[in-house]
Ligand binder design. Structure first.
Ligand code: FMN
Length: 181
């Protein structure tokens, strides 16, 4: 099973990317094929039109679409900005949806440096996923104090945070596997 992680913070000194790095190594450890799509590298312009409706799209965007199409399940990682998901993630969803996401399991992972772990963004993301005909898993990963609980290289340095990653992955992977079959 191939899983793509979408890391959506493009902010200088971003911290939520650590969640994406931690997920990437946890999935690789479990023997899964994992692709990390870093929106900082994708560099989408502000939304003008959906990829499917652009006459001569940039080949790199078409290539990424192929990669997304060949993905069995996604995990969307977002910080919470003013009670919402990162605008870059919404832009990415609007640009590529619905094709690559339809009828696939999509995990929600949010983080903040505060104690709520981006829960408002997480619930919002569940709604967005339903709208693009994906299946959001009910168990969301919300990482509080992510600057203190995950090191820069993605190493989880807090026991409770490590346990929440394990629980999320166990349930999400069971769901994604069932949905795929
Ligand atoms: C524009 C902006 C808005 C923010 N809004 C929230 C918020 O609504 N809730 C929250 O818990 N933290 C909020 N924060 C603090 C973030 O949790 C913290 O800056 C975090 O590091 C952002 O993720 P990133 O480093 O991956 O960009 C906000 C930060 C920024 C820059």
């Amino acid at each position: 099973m191939k899983i793509s992680i979408i890391s959506s913070s493009t902010r200088k000194g971003r911290i939520s990317h650590r969640i994406a790095l931690a997920l990437k190594s946890a999935l690789a450890e479990r023997g899964l094929e994992v692709q990390l799509v870093d929106l900082l590298e994708v560099k989408l312009a502000p939304f003008e039109e959906r990829l499917a409706r652009i006459e001569n799209p940039e080949p790199r965007f078409v290539e990424l679409e192929k990669q997304l199409n060949s993905t069995d399940a996604f995990i969307f990682v977002s910080p919470e900005y003013n009670g919402a998901i990162a605008s870059g993630l919404k832009n990415f969803i609007d640009f590529y949806a619905k094709g690559p996401f339809m009828h696939k399991a999509i995990g929600v992972a949010t983080g903040s440096t505060g104690s709520m772990g981006g829960i408002r963004a997480a619930y919002q993301l569940q709604q967005n996923i339903l709208t693009i005909h994906g299946f959001p898993h009910p168990q969301m990963l919300t990482v509080a104090k992510m600057d203190q609980t995950i090191a820069e290289d993605g190493t989880i340095v807090d026991e409770r945070t490590a346990a929440s990653f394990d629980k999320f992955l166990e349930l999400f992977l069971a769901f994604a596997t069932k949905l795929r079959s």
